[in-house]
Ligand binder design. Structure first.
Ligand code: SF4
Length: 449
């Protein structure tokens, strides 16, 4: 999820509150999911009698407060809006910042006095912080196994062989546009091909900028955001080509072997070629769900990672920031259904209910024909209180595992947490190209604001 606000400085508090007695609703992870260094913290946490703030805070404070005292102003804690349970509120309790991925990415660059940055989110978000960080700033992730499933369907070893074939066929006439939910390696590919990064709120500006240069676009990784952006811009949807589902085909095909729908002819006539990845959380939304709520007087808003048909049927679509602001600006008596990540909707509903606004999740339909409940980002929720306590305590003691350190260009296997780290020279080149893609995005957005 991402939103562009190029002037983002220190983040304001989200306004979320943690009520006394309210459980810290983080589902406990199995003990063998923790790195060895983190298991003692998980064991302590799991032995607590309950998950209420009254019980969890004193335990958490024992590990977190000494680290806060030790690092002082040089420490910056960050979390994403979609973090499961109340972890976002814990981050704010300790003076950290909660936002969407774009605003988070800028936090190191905009706060040079912060030398140790600890992020509770998914890997691409922490890597984006690292790309824009100053040389003397270190970025750490509380759980290196927390990956974005959409980004995991567009690893560089999957995209590069196809991108290489496209570049060979179209030369300088094609550029890559990389959504924020990509690794640094793909952002660097965008930069190197003359393209740019984008967020869900500025994708239309970035694609429009590419079209004005008469460039064919390879849009990675989210096919839905790419398609919704084309629709928003009024493009001919027949001039989109969608590459095969990477979960089925990986990159083990050539442009000419018949795997691609419509073959090379479809690619040749395409204005935009969409990588076939998607977010499992958002692809479930359907027009039937939208209609069900609208028929009962609810206004429906969805995130543009949802399928085109759901976006077209909804009353509005936009980034995480758009959805949050719409929820907070609603008036007493308003009834809004939101189609996006479940934890976000739950937090928005809790805040809005204080003002007499009703908010529900699009998939939370009390009708057995729909048969599904609201969907949270499970991988992001792998950052839980024991990971936060452990990361800060291990950093303070100088014993933090290198596998939790996030360096631009790292490719991470989210199953094993193994990192493939670039050499110094490769890394400098990657940072240069990835920064270029982010800087282009910022200047395109600023020129249109
Ligand atoms: S909600 Fe979807 S796109 Fe966002 S981080 Fe989770 S898996 Fe990735």
């Amino acid at each position: 999820m991402a939103h562009a606000n190029p002037s983002t400085g220190p983040l304001p508090p989200s306004g979320l509150t943690l009520e006394p007695g309210m459980p810290i609703c983080q589902t406990d992870l199995p003990l063998d999911w923790y790195q060895d260094e983190f298991k003692p913290y998980a064991e302590e946490y799991q032995a607590l009698p309950d998950r209420t703030p009254e019980t969890v805070f004193p335990w958490l404070d024992r590990h977190v407060r000494p680290a806060l005292d030790h690092f002082g102003d040089s420490l910056l804690l960050l979390a994403h809006y979609y973090m499961g349970g109340e972890i976002v509120k814990l981050i704010e309790r300790y003076g950290g910042a909660v936002s969407d991925s774009y605003a988070l990415a800028l936090q190191a660059a905009h706060n040079p006095e912060k030398k140790i940055i600890v992020e509770s989110a998914v890997h691409f978000m922490a890597e984006a912080v690292s790309i824009l960080a100053h040389d003397d700033q270190q970025v750490w992730i509380t759980n290196p196994k927390a990956g974005c499933t959409m980004e995991m369907l567009a690893k560089d070893h999957m995209v590069m062989p196809i991108a290489d074939q496209l570049i060979e066929r179209y030369g300088d006439d094609i550029m890559v546009i990389a959504y924020m939910n990509t690794s640094g390696r793909l952002k660097a590919l965008a930069g190197a091909t003359g393209g740019a990064a984008c967020t869900s709120s500025n994708a239309h500006l970035v694609v429009d900028w590419a079209r004005k240069q008469n460039k064919k676009v390879l849009f990675v990784p989210d096919q839905h955001l790419g398609r919704n952006t084309a629709w928003k811009l009024g493009m001919d949807l027949n001039k989109l080509a969608t590459l095969p589902d990477p979960q089925v085909h990986g990159a083990g095909y050539s442009l000419t072997d018949g795997t691609i729908d419509g073959g090379v002819e479809a690619l040749d006539k395409a204005e935009m070629i969409l990588w076939g990845a998607y977010c499992g959380v958002h692809t479930i939304f359907s027009t039937a769900m939208v209609s069900w709520w609208q028929a009962r007087g609810w206004k429906v808003l969805v995130h543009p990672e949802s399928p085109l048909e759901a976006v077209q049927a909804a009353d509005g679509a936009g980034s995480t920031d758009y959805l949050w602001k719409a929820a907070m600006a609603a008036r007493r008596g308003d009834k809004i259904v939101i189609g996006t990540e479940g934890h976000f909707v739950r937090n928005a509903a809790a805040e809005a209910s204080k003002r007499g606004v009703k908010i529900k999740h699009l998939a939370d339909i009390p009708d057995p024909r729909f048969g599904m409940a609201s969907c949270g980002c499970a991988t992001m929720s792998r950052n839980d209180p024991p990971h936060l306590a452990g990361m800060l305590d291990l950093l303070r003691r100088g014993e933090a595992p290198d596998i939790n350190r996030v360096i631009a260009g790292d490719s991470v296997d989210e199953i094993t947490a193994r990192r493939d780290r670039l050499s110094g020279e490769e890394q400098a080149e990657l940072i240069r190209d990835a920064k270029l893609s982010l800087e282009r995005m910022i200047s395109i957005t600023e020129a249109n604001s």
